[in-house]
Write a protein that binds this ligand. Structure first.
Ligand code: FA5
Length: 343
C-alpha cells in the first residue's frame, strides 16, 4: 500500500472515531492510539525509512501534515468537551442559597412519659418517695403475696402473659407493694410508676400494654379518709382544676374495703361517647385499704399498722387531660399526634 493510501486510511479512521468520542477521556485515548509512540501515525515512520533520498522530504511533510491535522482536531474537540463537562459539573453543583434550610425536629417526650412525670411530681410534692419494680416478676409478688389465692378465680380478673409457671409480665404495679414492705419499715409513703401488660382485647380505652402509678401509705392509724383526701388533692393538682369524680365500691383481693374511681368524661362532658362507653364516666384507678394478709406477706404487723393503696392508669389520665378519645394513638407512633405534646 502506498503512503498516500495509508494516510487516507488513517485519516478516515481517525475522523470516524473522533465522531464517536463524547468525553475528554475518550479524546485522550484517541490521542494515544493515533499520536502515541505505538500509534497509527508513528507506524508511518517505517515508510519514511524505506523511502528513497528524494522521496523522504515529501513523505516527511505528508506525515507531519497528518499529525498536525489530527492534533488540531483533537485539541478543538478536547476544548469543547472540557467546557461541556465543566458546565455540566457546575450545573450539578448549583446551590440555591435562597432555599429555606432543612428543618430539624427536636426530640420530645412521649405524652405518656409527660403525664407520668407530672403524676410523679405531684406525688413527690405531697411527700411520696419513688420506687421502681421489675416488669418481669414472680407469681408471688404479682399475685400470691397480694392475697390472690392459688387457683382462685380472682386471678382471672387480670389476663396474664406468663413466661414460665412462676414468671410473668406484671399485670399491675401493685407487684411493688410487698417488695417495698420487705425492705422498709413503716411509715412508708411510696409511689411506683411503670409498665403493665395484660392479655386483653384492645379497644379505645384498653390496651395490652399500658402504664400505672402505684401509690401507697403505711403507718399507724391510716384511714380511708386519708385515702380520699390524698386522692382528691392529687387529682386537683394534676388537672389544675376541680374535676367531678365518682367513687364506687369494688373488689380487689389485696384491699379491704376496695373501690374504683371514675372521672366524668372530659371528652363528652358526661354526655356519653365511645371512650366512656356511653356512660359519661371513665374509670381511672382502683384503691382501698391494704388487706392485713398483704401487710403480713410484707412482714408488717397488721395489728399495729394500717395502710391505703391505689393504682392509677396513666393512659386514662393522659386521655382525659389532653382529650384523646382512643388509647391506640399512644402506640401508633404517628408524628402528627406525638408532635403536639411538649414539656
Ligand atoms: C389494678 O390494676 C389494681 N392493681 C389497682 C389497685 C392498686 C387497687 C392498689 C387497689 C389498691 P385495675 O385492673 O382496675 O386495678 O387497673 C387500675 C387502672 O389501670 C384502671 O382504672 C385503668 O385506669 C388502668 N388500666 C387497667 N387495665 C388497663 C388496660 N388494659 N389498658 C389501659 N389502662 C388500664
Amino acid at each position: 500500500m502506498t503512503l498516500n493510501a495509508k494516510i487516507t486510511e488513517i485519516r478516515e479512521k481517525f475522523l470516524q472515531e473522533l465522531k464517536l468520542a463524547k468525553t475528554s477521556r475518550q479524546i485522550e485515548i484517541l490521542k494515544i492510539s493515533f499520536l502515541g509512540k505505538k500509534g497509527s501515525v508513528q507506524s508511518l515512520m517505517q515508510n519514511l525509512k524505506d523511502a528513497t533520498q528524494e522521496q523522504r522530504p515529501l513523505f516527511g511533510k505528508q506525515i507531519n501534515d497528518l499529525k498536525l491535522e489530527i492534533t488540531s482536531h483533537l485539541e478543538n474537540s478536547l476544548k469543547r468537551l472540557l467546557l461541556e463537562e465543566e458546565t455540566k459539573k457546575l450545573e450539578n453543583e448549583y446551590i440555591d442559597v435562597t432555599l429555606p434550610g432543612r428543618k430539624h425536629f427536636w426530640g420530645r417526650y412521649h405524652p405518656i412519659t409527660l403525664t407520668m412525670n407530672k403524676m410523679i411530681d405531684v406525688f413527690v410534692s405531697m411527700g411520696f418517695a419513688v420506687e421502681i419494680g421489675p416488669d418481669v416478676d414472680s407469681d408471688f409478688y404479682n399475685f400470691e403475696g397480694l392475697n390472690f389465692a392459688k387457683d382462685h378465680p380472682s386471678r382471672d380478673m387480670q389476663d396474664t402473659f406468663f413466661i414460665t409457671d412462676d414468671l410473668l409480665l406484671r399485670t399491675h404495679t401493685s407487684n411493688v407493694q410487698v417488695r417495698v414492705m420487705e425492705r422498709f419499715k413503716p411509715p412508708i409513703r411510696c409511689i411506683a410508676p411503670g409498665k403493665c401488660f395484660r392479655n386483653e382485647t384492645i379497644s379505645s380505652r384498653s390496651h395490652v400494654f399500658f402504664h400505672q402509678v402505684e401509690m401507697f401509705y403505711i403507718d399507724e392509724n391510716v384511714s380511708f379518709a386519708d385515702l380520699f383526701a390524698t386522692l382528691n388533692e392529687f387529682l386537683s393538682k394534676l388537672f389544675k382544676k376541680q374535676i367531678e369524680t365518682r367513687f364506687r365500691p369494688s373488689y380487689f383481693p389485696f384491699v379491704e374495703p376496695g373501690m374504683e374511681c371514675d372521672i366524668k368524661c372530659i371528652i363528652c362532658s358526661g354526655q356519653g361517647c365511645r371512650l366512656c362507653k356511653g356512660t359519661g364516666w371513665l374509670e381511672v384507678f382502683g384503691a382501698g385499704m391494704i388487706h392485713p394478709n398483704v401487710l403480713k406477706a410484707g412482714g408488717i404487723d397488721p395489728e399495729k399498722y394500717s395502710g391505703y393503696a391505689a393504682g392509677l392508669g396513666v393512659e386514662r389520665l393522659a386521655m382525659l387531660i389532653h382529650q384523646i378519645n382512643d388509647i391506640r394513638m399512644f402506640t401508633e407512633n404517628d408524628m402528627r399526634f406525638l408532635q403536639q405534646f411538649s414539656l
